[in-house]
Design a protein around this ligand. Structure first.
Ligand SMILES: [Ca+2]
Length: 480
């Protein structure tokens, strides 16, 4: 029998939480490995965030990337094939989903600004859960703290507010043992393929998994529910991974994607950055980057597997909600771009899997969902009363029935400088992108899923453009 998240269930959990916080041990979950109708404590939550992990398909086929552990997680839950980040860059995307506001509202739109400087009073969903009795621990890059200097990091990790404990684990000993090749002759230092010698365990992501597994074991007997958040750095650049993951992708078997010759020209703000270096890529360079990106995905997938093993070993699936996502998408050659920070589908769409003991297992959901929906989803699944003013809408109902309607549009934005920006709306069929310099792009996903033919100037599409522009006008104003 399934537990439904009714007000009554929340009320019971509230009593149990009060007991737990008061030091009175709560009864533990059923030991028979099933979701218990008499669950007497809220769900544990395992949040896993991969960095720059795109949805696959298109440029290289879905089954070309080996992710046995992410697939294993998908078999426990619902895979959302049309989930959209609100901003295709780390810090803005993560801030938005953690505080449940669109980037037009947070105004955190680059990787340099610590979100608390702008939003000192915002309550993140980990903080809300912590206030409601969850033990919260964060390992690796969950909040965007990895690029800060050591002295700033504790503040950027939001320890004491969002987390009882938060840490970022560096490599065991910084080393450059292996084969390294910068694909831009060193012009872009980050654009480096690294085939690493040594064990997985030396790498930050493996150390992150080890620490998270230890936390799962440590909290196994705790009377309180827990939120453990785990942020993996791969497949983010530099494109380094242990050698054995490269061996899964023989470069001669990789066919690089190329845009069709009729692809529409790009508006000036659509892609800003290092296109010159990418335009100089040879097919050999393209294959090397694809191979390294896939190796990074498989290495990260192996670390996900260690977390899932810990759930298996401790029989935690019936009492744990698992949320897996990439923080935004990534181009691998589409529009001759090998990065993020565009408003194309490749950059805005990202993987999302939610495994709930009370939800469907092994299902795929085609509904449009937004990462801003995660705050209300996770807190509702946890049985916590939702605060007012959230921008998103809970997708909990879709976990039980992925065919239910959810929302008719997903929105993302990107800022080139404070006055030069773009906003996009994706509907079931269309993507409209509107730039601050007046440029418009319209793509028809029924006929052009790779968004290569801009129909915005086509008189036959004028009504669609007008209708979708009105949707963008309904967004909170930018600049704020
Ligand atoms: Ca990222």
């Amino acid at each position: 029998m399934k537990v439904h998240h009714t007000g009554g269930a929340r009320f019971v959990w509230g009593i149990v939480l009060t007991m737990a916080v008061a030091g009175i041990p709560a009864s533990v979950h059923a030991e028979d490995g099933t979701a218990s109708a008499a669950r007497v404590r809220p769900l544990n939550i395992l949040l896993i965030v991969a960095d720059d992990l795109r949805e696959h398909g298109g440029a290289f086929a879905e089954d070309a990337v080996s992710t046995p552990n992410i697939d294993r997680l998908a078999a426990h839950g619902v895979r959302f094939s049309r989930a959209y980040a609100q901003y295709p860059v780390c810090n803005p995307s993560r801030t938005s989903l953690l505080v449940g506001q669109r980037c037009e509202q947070t105004a955190v739109v680059d990787n340099r600004e610590f979100f608390r400087d702008r939003l000192p009073d915002a309550i993140t969903f980990p903080e809300l859960l912590r206030r409601n009795g969850w033990t919260t621990r964060s390992f690796g890059k969950v909040m965007h703290a990895g690029n800060t200097v050591e002295a700033l990091r504790p503040a950027w990790l939001d320890e004491g507010r969002s987390w009882d404990h938060a840490e970022i684990l560096p490599a065991m000993s910084p080393h450059r043992r292996g084969e390294f090749r910068n694909l831009t002759g060193g012009v872009l230092p980050w654009c480096e393929v690294g085939i690493l010698d040594g064990d997985d365990g030396e790498q930050p992501d493996a150390r992150t998994a080890t620490a998270a597994v230890a936390a799962i074991e440590d909290l196994r007997k705790d009377s309180r529910p827990w939120l453990i958040a785990v942020g993996f750095h791969r497949p983010h650049d530099p494109f380094h991974a242990p050698r054995r993951y490269f061996d899964r992708y023989p470069s001669e078997a990789i066919t690089p994607y190329r845009d069709p010759v009729h692809a529409s020209p790009l508006p000036p703000l659509a892609i800003t950055g290092s296109r010159k270096e990418f335009a100089a890529f040879s097919d050999d360079d393209r294959r090397a980057l694809l191979q390294a990106y896939c190796a990074g995905v498989s290495f990260m997938d192996a670390q996900v597997g260690r977390l899932l093993d810990a759930l298996d070993r401790n029989s935690l699936w019936p009492t744990t909600l698992v949320v897996f996502l990439g923080d935004h998408g990534y181009h691998l050659g589409e529009r001759d771009w090998w990065n993020k920070a565009t408003l194309f589908e490749r950059s805005c769409r990202a993987p999302l899997i939610i495994a709930s003991p009370d939800g469907r297992h092994g299902a795929r959901c085609e509904a449009l969902v937004e990462f801003v929906d995660l705050f209300p989803t996770i807190t509702e699944c946890g049985g916590v009363r939702l605060p007012g003013g959230l921008a998103g809408k809970s997708i909990c109902p879709l976990l039980a029935d992925p065919s239910l309607p959810h929302k008719d549009a997903a929105f993302s934005m990107v800022v080139r400088n404070p006055s030069r920006f773009g906003q996009t709306v994706r509907t079931d069929r269309w993507r409209l992108i509107a730039w601050s310099d007046g440029a418009l792009e319209l793509y028809d996903h029924q006929t052009d899923p790779e968004e290569t033919l801009n129909l915005a100037g086509d008189p036959a599409a004028a009504e669609v453009v007008k209708r979708l522009r009105r949707r963008l006008d309904d967004l909170p104003p930018w600049p704020p």
